[in-house]
Design a protein around this ligand. Structure first.
Ligand code: BG6
Length: 298
């Protein structure tokens, strides 16, 4: 494994991008923009922190592991090439391997308007081929400013088509998940994972959460707004994504080693995704882009 200082170091920009050891000694990049700051752990290319205008936008568990090969419990883990359990082999890791692989920084720049952009890449290796037999390039662009913009480009470098599912597993910090509302998913069909994947449809009303919630909304390109009466709104818009996942485990979290201690009311996941029937099929040589824009405003 290369350390952050040796790998990311040559992309440092004084005052904007610095690279070094972060939590758990893992390599990380720290980004400073005009009115925002962010931290990206190269393990999973996980954006673990995004603070804009003094507001902490992302939740990261106080008991998260920061260790090679373990997914980080918080921020924005990148999910690829399968979302949830593997479709045919339950022995394979949940949510694929992108979130537990070490990515490389390949570019860093400051834009004319003071935003800071870092590009990270992951390519096929013996380790990924053991889990998924295809050659690919993932190019992940993280743009930090008054909004956080994430774009994952998947390039098929193999000689035949492949299919994948994916998500930005975004943990948004909230004052209390029991008091928030989510708009934008009204009248949308979903698979209810807490009811054995039963197909349901949200009524024409905002989504409120009253217990364990794990829903994969399908065939939706709509933007969502998280309304938090204390912290203010967060707008999540997207392109190249046909699914949106909403997740909070409620008090089941207390039995999860990396999410215990009563932390569960402090977040909701609103995940920009392509899952279930929205899986993407990519021809040899073709590429696909999914973008999420996370825009906090009062
Ligand atoms: C969500 C899934 O995206 O991630 C849930 O819909 C899952 O089913 C959750 O429990 C957390 O997954 P993990 O693997 O990080 O514990």
């Amino acid at each position: 494994m290369q350390s952050g200082s040796t790998q990311g170091g040559r992309f440092e920009i004084p005052g904007a991008v610095s690279c070094g050891a972060g939590e758990g000694g893992l390599p990380c990049a720290r980004l400073t923009a005009a009115e925002a700051e962010a931290e990206i752990c190269l393990l999973g290319a996980t954006v673990t922190r995004y603070d804009a205008g003094g507001r902490k936008v992302l939740f990261c568990s106080e008991t998260s592991k920061f260790a090679s090969g373990k997914a980080i419990r918080g921020g924005v883990p990148v999910i690829f090439p399968w979302f949830g359990p593997h479709p045919t082999d339950a022995a394979l890791p949940q949510h694929g391997f992108a979130r537990t692989s070490e990515w490389l920084v390949t570019e860093a720049r400051r834009t004319g308007d003071g935003d800071v952009v870092v590009v990270l890449e992951l390519t096929a290796s013996d380790a990924t081929r053991a889990l998924w037999p295809h050659d690919f390039l993932l190019r992940y662009t993280v743009s930090v400013g008054s909004r956080l913009m994430l774009t994952l480009e998947v390039v098929n470098r193999s000689g035949e088509p492949f299919q994948f599912t994916e998500a930005f597993h975004t943990y948004l910090a909230v004052s209390d998940v029991r008091n928030i509302r989510i708009t934008g998913l009204e009248n949308t069909e979903y698979a209810d994972k807490v009811a054995g994947m039963a197909r349901k449809r949200l009524p024409h009303a905002p989504l409120t959460l009253f217990g364990e919630t794990d829903r994969v909304f399908v065939n939706t390109a709509a933007a969502c707004t998280l309304h938090d009466p204390e912290y203010g709104d967060i707008h999540v818009s997207k392109s190249g994504s046909r699914s949106t996942v909403v997740w909070n485990p409620w008090d089941k979290a207390d039995s999860m080693a990396d999410l215990g201690g009563g932390q569960w009311p402090g977040f909701v996941c609103i995940e920009t995704a392509n899952a279930l029937e929205n899986a993407v099929t990519l021809a040899a040589g073709a590429s696909h882009r999914m973008t999420a824009i996370i825009d906090p405003h009062e």
